[in-house]
Design a protein around this ligand. Structure first.
Ligand SMILES: Nc1ncnc2c1ncn2[C@@H]1O[C@H](COP(=O)(O)OP(=O)(O)O)[C@@H](O)[C@H]1O
Ligand SMILES: [Mg+2]
Length: 394
């Protein structure tokens, strides 16, 4: 049974060979930005990449920065992760270089490894960086640049940390970080996060502060992998499998085959069977989808997509976006010119370029797909069904 919510690691991790190969080959020259909404499988992929590095005896440092809200915190997290990394200790002289260079380190060196002292070390580093994080960190990264190993940093939930920084810090930090990537040929970064980085940088230096990253979009599984996964799960549970069951499950959640949706669907089926018994059938699967997934499970999960419009889009954009999505969820191939009509009506703005920018945002944030031939469609069927129920009333 694959996990429902936590990153899939070890034997729970399925597929993604193409994405991993793409990330690893991109890293030879560039840093990587993983793009996908929450629960699409970013952290699972990042953890797998981390393992690839470990298996190849290369240095890779994983950081989760959701709670970070300032540049000095961010940099102290990096330092702590470096210090705690076994490979760094085995393969580099970083620890002794830090020891030689910084008071905060010298005073704590004997005590590393003991958690209370780690907390002390962390707070000493932070204190040191607080007044002049840019100046102080230069010395730190000069030392790191001297190492003869490459280091890959994986930074999860990066946009959340940026968003939490105060405006002036945000801009300074993004410029600093950009420069760090430019000047240190041995450092590579994989950053990812569930909120749209483009929106977060918009008022903090704009897209130029991140446009050196190569973007890797994470979508769903192939149909084949998804069906295999479903069949295996049926086998594990001792349920009779028919190919119509797999087809039905994928038909319900939509052809994008997002692993998380497969996972919640399978776990809902399991719950239904355990609680209520009953024979597996295509009708039962349909019922579980309508009542459970689009009911309790989905209500909670997808509300985030609705709220995100309020948080990240300005008032007029939000108003237009909601009105457009309301129409698109009730239709297939919604014509672009009708959507433009809605845009003009809701915003009072007659500017096609701005309208196209909004469509691009909605598409980057995985609400819709849009092209000249097909007009506007929801990116995933499950979100479309959900939207129609909860926000589709005309
Ligand atoms: N490669 C995978 N193999 C199996 N399940 C996966 C995989 N990727 C994602 N999942 C499913 O999606 C859920 C969310 O994955 P996660 O990596 O935490 O996503 P994100 O970091 O994008 O929010 C997992 O709990 C699991 O159910
Ligand atoms: Mg994650």
């Amino acid at each position: 049974m694959i996990p429902v919510g936590n990153p899939a690691i070890g034997t729970d991790f399925i597929d993604r060979e193409n994405e991993i190969a793409m990330i690893l080959s991109t890293l030879e020259k560039d840093s990587v930005l993983l793009i996908a909404p929450r629960r699409f499988g970013k952290t699972s992929i990042m953890r797998r990449v981390e393992k690839e590095f470990a298996d190849n005896d290369e240095i890779c440092v994983f950081l989760e920065v959701e709670d970070v809200n300032s540049p000095h915190r961010f940099i102290s997290e990096i330092i702590m992760a470096l210090i705690e990394n076994e490979k760094i200790e085995q393969k580099t002289n970083l620890i002794s270089a830090f020891e030689g260079g910084f008071n905060w380190f010298r005073n704590n060196i004997e005590e590393i490894g003991i958690s209370v002292f780690k907390a002390k070390l962390r707070s000493n580093i932070e204190k040191d960086l607080k007044n002049d994080w840019m100046g102080e960190s230069k010395q730190i990264f000069d030392i790191i640049a001297e190492l003869d190993s490459n280091i890959c940093f994986i930074i999860d939930e990066f946009p959340i940390a940026i968003e939490k920084m105060v405006q002036t810090d945000r801009e300074d930090f993004l410029h600093w970080f950009r420069k760090l990537r430019q000047i240190s040929g041995k450092l590579r970064f994989i950053v990812g996060g569930s909120v749209s980085i483009d929106r977060v940088v918009r008022d903090a230096g704009g897209v130029t502060v991140i446009n050196d990253f190569k973007r890797v979009r994470i979508g769903g599984f192939s149909r084949e992998v998804a069906l295999d996964l479903i069949e295996n799960m049926f086998e594990d549970e001792g349920w009779k499998y028919e190919s119509s069951f797999g087809d039905k499950i994928l038909e319900c959640i939509g052809e994008t085959n997002i692993p998380y949706f497969i996972a919640i669907m399978l776990s809902a089926i399991k719950e239904e069977i355990i609680l209520k018994g009953g024979e597996m059938s295509v009708d039962l699967i349909e019922k579980i989808y309508n009542y459970r997934i689009l009911g309790n499970e989905g209500k909670h999960y997808f509300e985030h997509y609705h709220q995100r419009l309020r948080i990240y889009y300005d008032d007029l954009e939000q108003k237009a976006a909601k009105a457009i999505l309301r129409s698109v969820c009730n239709d297939d191939h919604y014509p672009t010119d009708l959507a433009y009509g809605i845009y003009k009506r809701e915003t009072g703005i007659d500017n096609y370029e701005q309208f196209m920018d909004l469509l691009a945002d909605l598409s980057n944030d995985f609400y819709i797909e849009h092209n000249n031939e097909n007009g506007l469609n929801f990116y995933s069927k499950i979100l479309k069904d959900w939207w129609r129920i909860y926000h589709g009333g005309i």
